[in-house]
Design a protein around this ligand. Structure first.
Ligand code: CO
Length: 139
């Protein structure tokens, strides 16, 4: 099985403020920005080698990231791993008794398929599975 770190999601009340550190001070480059309406976030992606830092700013007070910021403050929100077949990974996790937030994949940043696994099954870490279908010949 081919599983790799895809990105680390960091919640911030302000992308502009977060970019002052990650882009301006540290020197990373922004490869991609996007609003993901379905998840209520404005996203900036900054590659660090192959994996990326994903900065997440809520688009409104109902955004799950807004709720996270209210409860926990800015910081690491989730870790995302890339899998070859997200439906197979979800089926496996379900069979293993993991609590899935998404039983079926949905569309995430960059047009990838994504699904979240509940932190209660991951030792307190919100885990995102990502399958990049943009290069998938089956689609
Ligand atoms: Co993510």
């Amino acid at each position: 099985m081919n599983i790799r770190i895809e990105h680390i999601g960091i919640a911030t009340p302000s992308l502009d403020d977060a970019l002052k550190f990650w882009r301006d001070a540290l020197g990373l480059e922004v490869s991609h920005t996007e609003v993901v309406e379905e998840q209520g976030v404005r996203v900036a992606m900054l590659p660090v080698g192959e994996p990326r830092i994903e900065l997440l700013e809520p688009t409104g007070p109902e955004s799950p990231v807004a709720k996270f910021l209210d409860k926990r403050g800015a910081g690491i929100h989730h870790i995302a791993v890339r899998v070859d077949d997200i439906r197979a990974s979800l089926a496996r996790l379900k069979e293993q008794g993991a609590r899935l937030i998404d039983e079926t994949p949905r569309t995430g940043a960059g047009g990838c398929l994504v699904a979240f696994v509940h932190p209660s099954s991951v030792g307190g870490v919100l885990l995102e599975l990502v399958e990049d279908i943009t290069t998938d010949p089956r689609v």
